[in-house]
Design a protein around this ligand. Structure first.
Ligand SMILES: [Zn+2]
Length: 220
């Protein structure tokens, strides 16, 4: 029976075992390698060196006093790989990584962009609207951020967005990046691909167009 380490570490939703182990061991002034070597010598750790070994995850769940669903995020959704990526720095620590198939590219709670530099989106409301739409409409359809349809939409958004719109959006965030400025358009394009013919997808675009009359949405 492995007891939790004395100083608890909060697990962020979707956080991967490597990320959590580094953080939890560090808070308790251990090195992950030393701890695992000691437990292995005591026969309490898998002999396998595979970092994703189920036994390793079980040990870290025990060391963190975590629920049994920790570290069980799916590797694929709808046949697409769910990538490990940086999680919101405000939700957890600066180096937290993990799999979040249930979100797009924005932490809605903290209004932060999660790709590249994590910047404040308080002035870029369109990105937040796009993220909510992503979660409501695309997540249930098994769309993840690195799915081929999303990469295709990113390409399409890249060539379809006017320079003036990009410049306008760039002024709304402290560190603008092409991916961030294109996020609303990319989301709309993915939606247009997965939308059943005659559906209600245009409502989002029209709603946004009236809220932001200066913004031209690219809608195939
Ligand atoms: Zn957050």
């Amino acid at each position: 029976m492995i007891e939790p380490l004395p100083i608890p570490t909060r697990l962020i939703g979707g956080e991967a075992v490597d990320s959590y182990a580094t953080s939890h061991a560090g808070r308790n002034r251990f090195r992950v390698e030393d701890l695992e070597r000691t437990l292995r010598a005591q026969g309490q750790f898998p002999k396998s060196k595979a970092r994703s070994h189920p036994g390793r995850k079980a040990v870290w769940r025990a060391l963190g006093g975590l629920h049994e669903r920790a570290f069980t995020e799916p590797q694929t959704v709808g046949g697409n790989w769910v990538i490990d990526r940086p999680l919101c720095h405000r939700c957890g620590n600066r180096n937290a990584q993990g799999r979040r198939p249930d979100i797009g590219m924005v932490c809605v709670k903290h209004r932060r962009w999660l790709g590249g530099p994590q910047v404040d989106l308080s002035r870029f409301g369109e990105a937040l609207v796009a993220e909510r739409h992503w979660r409501r409409a695309l997540v249930p359809r098994g769309i993840v951020v690195e799915a081929p349809v999303v990469l295709l939409a990113a390409e399409s958004a890249r060539v379809g967005l006017r320079k003036g719109v990009l410049e306008q959006r760039s002024e709304l965030v402290s560190v603008p990046s092409p991916d961030l400025c294109q996020w609303p358009v990319r989301t709309a394009r993915v939606w247009s691909v997965v939308l059943p013919a005659g559906g209600q997808g245009n409502c989002l675009v029209m709603a946004n167009r009236s809220a932001h009359p200066g913004v031209r949405w690219c809608w195939p």
